[in-house]
Structures are given as structure tokens and as C-alpha cells.
Design a protein around this ligand. Structure first.
Ligand code: ARG
Length: 460
């Protein structure tokens, strides 16, 4: 049978394979709320400008509200033969209210309709995700406050570098997530303009009021200025996916640290049973699966971004069915990022740092060697390059002796640099090292406590 929505010039219906490749109802039904919101605004506007009678508009409104209740209740007859969410809802409306239902699509096309629906959906998704990002930030700040002075090894190249505090380390992720939140906000502000009324691509000859629908749908930026752009643009979705991918990447780096830190060879933190899984064969196992899945899911989220950019790159203006491929990646990325954010918030609140083990690790690997070199610069006015060299020789000496730097005697140190005094030992402890890092943004516990308090206030 020819399609009731566009079958006028068609004698036959599509082949089964055509139907299967064409149908998007399996995933775009997720847009039903946005689709109905858009149709209600469109119908109200059509009535306002005299295109629809008051009775027809009222019938459409009641019909759509009815359909919304039906979908909510789970008894809507989704039909793959009707391709997508737009045609499913419109067909059902016409079935329910007759003639008036067929008037709804005046001065509108599925091209501007779907562009509108996806924008509305992404805008709602951003509000949810940005709130979740803040929840993770709050959890990190709370733990950072608690551990402002808990020392741990700082790494570069995953080699012991200089001691830092755990609070400082956690606040680094707060900074990343703050920028992620900013990216979501920027994306939201840029996508906040309305494509509805662009119709298929060229606008319409009907006297519609696009400012009215844009305002009714809460688009701060008003209607989009160019009808071709309105139906063809998906940069808002790509930008959203970049914000998702960047945020997921930050979570993934944290997840990688959880995997390392919970490894018994590190032993930095312990996750409770709530965030750990066992093995079906090895009874001793405590696996950080949630962290691994956060890291793993980042792959598909980044994949969604690359997928959409790839769909867009060869498209001339304006609409092509290729654009139907924009949705699944967006839905999947949003859904999985929401899971990742919840899992990271949970692990941050759950994890129990082992302060003694962290302190021991913080002192290992000659981690205060830079402090020694700095002392030589300060106390002996030695140029830093020379101080670096002298310290290197002292590290080699300690390594050969099998002790740390503080384990060398003053006489041994003087055999390398005769001007060294007893005072040098005061800078070789981990506590002294972190306490000395008072430069703005540095890891000194006083800095960290102040920064945690600042974030707490900002997030309150
Ligand atoms: N399901 C379609 C999509 O997601 C709706 C727009 C269809 N427009 C068209 N001219 N066939 O893109």
C-alpha cells in the first residue's frame, strides 16, 4: 500500500528492505515528548495567525494530549510502516480526530520538525548532564576537603616525581569538570534558537509567526535566520557530542587512576563491595569493574562524535536522509555519559584512601630530590642546572647505598658538595616538601584547603 503521508504519486508501497532501512521509529520514538511539544506550539501559532480554526486547534491539542498519555502509559501502537515518530503521532492523531489532524502539518515539514525535536532533546539532556557533572564536582570537593593534607606520590610518566596531596589531586578533576560544565553551557546557549517554520528548506508562503513558536518553545535566541541552515545544521549535536566526549575522557582518566590505585601493588585506595565485583573462578578477586566500564564506555561516546562528523562532512545543503543517522549516537552518548557520571560520583564517595600507604609511597623514589636541588639554589646560591647535577650525584649515591636521600650522612653529602650544611635535612621530608609548595595553584595543604572551600562555596 502507498504511504498515507506521502503516497499521492506512488502506486505501490516500499519493499520490505526499503522499509527496514528507512525506518527510524525504533530509536526516534525517544523524541515523542519533544515532537508533541513542538506540534502544540505550531498548532497554537497556526490558530493565532488564522490558518487553523479555534475548533481544529482545540481538537489537535486534546488529541495530542491524549496521545501523550497513551505513550506514557505504554499503550501506543508504534508502527514501523509509518517510518518515524513524526508520522506515527500524526497518523494516530488523524485517526483519533479526523480532518483537523491532517491540517496540523500546514507550513511545516518533517525536516524542520525533526531538527526542532532533536534540539529540544539535546537541550533537555544538557540540563540533566550538567547537573550530574556538578554532583561529581561536589563529591570530589568533599573528599578533597577531607584530604587536603593527605600526602601521596605525584607522578609524571607514572614515575615518582614529587609528593602532592590527595586533595590537590582530586581538585584537579574538579577543574576539568568545571570546564566540561562550561562546554555544556556554551553548547546550550548556541543551540538555543528555533528551526521550526523553516519548512522543508525554503520557508513557507503561509503567514506564520516564527517568533511566536520560538518563544513558546523557550528558545532564547528566537527563530533561526536562514531556513536552509535551520534544516541542515547539526553542529549543535556535534558540539554536544564533543562536550560529552571530553567529559567522558576526563572521567576515563580518573577511572584509570582508580584501576591503578585499587591495584594491591599501589594499594592507595579501597573500594567497598558496592563498587567492586568478584571473579567466578578466583575467590580472592576484587575487580574495579565500574571504573573499567567508565573507561570503556568513553570509546563509544567518542565514537558517536566521530560518527556524526563523518555523516555530516559530505552533505550538500539542505536535508538528506543521512541526517536520520544523527540520533542514535546522541542518545547513546547521553545515556552512557549519565551512567559514567553516576558511577564516578559513587566511586568518589565510596573510596577509602589508605593514608599510611600513601605517605610511604609519597616518600619513595627520591621524591624530594627537587627540594634538595632547590635548597642548594637557595642556601648556596648555586645555579639551578648545577644544583640539579649535584643532586643527581647524591641520588646515585643513595641508590647505591640502598637508602633514601635523608639516609645519607652529612659527610657523605659533603663529599659531593662541601658547602652543604645540616639544614638540608629540613627539606627532605614529604611533609616539608608539600608544605613548601605555596605558589598559587600549588599543592601546599593550606592552598588545597582554601581552594576546596572556594569550590564548596561556588557549588553551594
Ligand atoms: N525521520 C527523519 C529524520 O530523522 C525525519 C525527516 C524526514 N524528512 C524527509 N524529507 N524524509 O531525519
Amino acid at each position: 500500500l502507498a504511504n498515507p503521508q506521502w503516497g499521492g504519486r506512488f502506486a505501490e508501497g516500499p519493499s520490505a528492505i526499503m522499509r527496514a532501512i528507512n525506518a527510524s521509529i525504533g530509536f526516534d520514538r525517544k523524541l515523542w515528548r519533544q515532537d508533541i511539544r513542538g506540534s502544540l506550539a505550531h498548532a497554537a501559532m497556526l490558530r493565532h495567525v488564522g490558518i487553523l480554526s479555534a475548533e481544529d486547534e482545540a481538537a489537535i491539542r486534546r488529541g495530542l494530549e491524549d496521545i501523550a498519555r497513551g505513550i506514557e502509559a505504554g499503550d501506543f501502537p508504534w508502527d514501523e510502516g509509518l517510518e518515524d515518530v513524526h508520522m506515527n503521532i500524526e497518523a494516530r492523531l488523524t485517526e483519533a480526530i479526523g480532518e483537523a489532524g491532517k491540517r496540523l502539518h500546514t507550513a511545516r515539514s518533517r525536516n524542520d520538525q525533526v531538527a526542532l525535536d532533536l534540539r529540544l532533546w539535546v537541550r533537555d539532556a544538557i540540563d540533566g548532564l550538567a547537573g550530574q557533572v556538578e554532583a561529581v564536582m561536589r563529591a570530589l570537593v568533599a573528599r578533597a576537603e577531607e584530604h587536603a593534607a593527605t600526602v601521596m606520590p605525584g607522578f609524571t610518566h607514572l614515575q615518582p616525581a614529587q609528593p602532592v596531596t590527595l586533595g590537590h589531586h582530586l581538585l584537579a578533576y574538579v577543574e576539568m569538570l568545571a570546564r566540561d560544565r562550561g562546554r555544556f553551557r556554551d553548547c546550550r546557549a548556541r543551540l538555543d534558537e528555533c528551526p521550526l517554520g523553516a519548512a522543508a528548506l525554503a520557508g513557507t508562503s503561509f503567514p506564520i509567526d516564527r517568533h511566536m513558536t520560538a518563544a513558546a518553545l523557550g528558545f532564547a535566541g528566537g527563530p533561526m535566520r536562514n531556513s536552509l541552515d535551520a534544516v541542515a545544521a547539526r553542529d549543535f549535536a556535534a558540539e554536544f557530542l564533543f562536550a560529552c566526549a571530553m567529559c567522558a575522557t576526563h572521567l576515563s582518566r580518573f577511572a584509570e587512576e582508580v584501576v591503578l590505585w585499587t591495584n594491591p601493588y599501589f594499594g592507595f585506595v579501597r573500594l567497598s563491595d558496592a563498587f567492586t565485583t568478584g571473579s567466578s573462578i578466583m575467590p580472592q578477586k576484587r575487580n574495579p569493574d565500574a571504573a573499567e566500564l567508565v573507561r570503556g564506555k568513553t570509546g563509544r561516546i567518542t565514537g558517536a562524535l566521530v560518527g556524526l562528523l563523518t555523516v555530516l562532512k559530505g552533505l550538500a545543503l539542505a536535508y538528506f536522509k543521512d541526517l536520520q543517522e544523527d540520533k542514535e549516537g546522541v542518545f547513546d552518548a547521553a545515556e552512557n555519559l549519565a551512567l559514567c557520571l553516576a558511577a564516578v560520583e559513587g566511586m568518589v564517595r565510596d573510596m577509602r584512601p589508605d593514608a599510611a600507604r600513601l605517605a610511604q609511597a609519597a616518600g619513595a623514589g627520591f621524591s624530594t630530590a627537587t627540594d634538595l636541588a632547590d635548597w642548594l639554589v637557595r642556601a648556596l646560591r648555586m645555579p639551578f642546572r648545577d644544583a640539579h647535577h649535584v643532586t643527581g650525584r647524591l641520588v646515585a649515591m643513595a641508590e647505591a647505598k640502598g637508602c633514601d636521600l635523608a639516609g645519607l650522612s652529612l659527610a657523605e653529602m659533603r663529599s659531593v658538595e662541601p658547602r652543604i650544611t645540616d639544614d638540608v635535612f629540613s627539606v627532605l621530608t614529604v611533609a616539608a616538601s608539600v608544605a613548601s609548595r605555596t605558589s598559587y595553584g600549588g599543592t601546599a595543604p593550606a592552598n588545597v584547603a582554601r581552594m576546596a572551600a572556594e569550590w564548596k562555596e561556588r557549588l553551594a
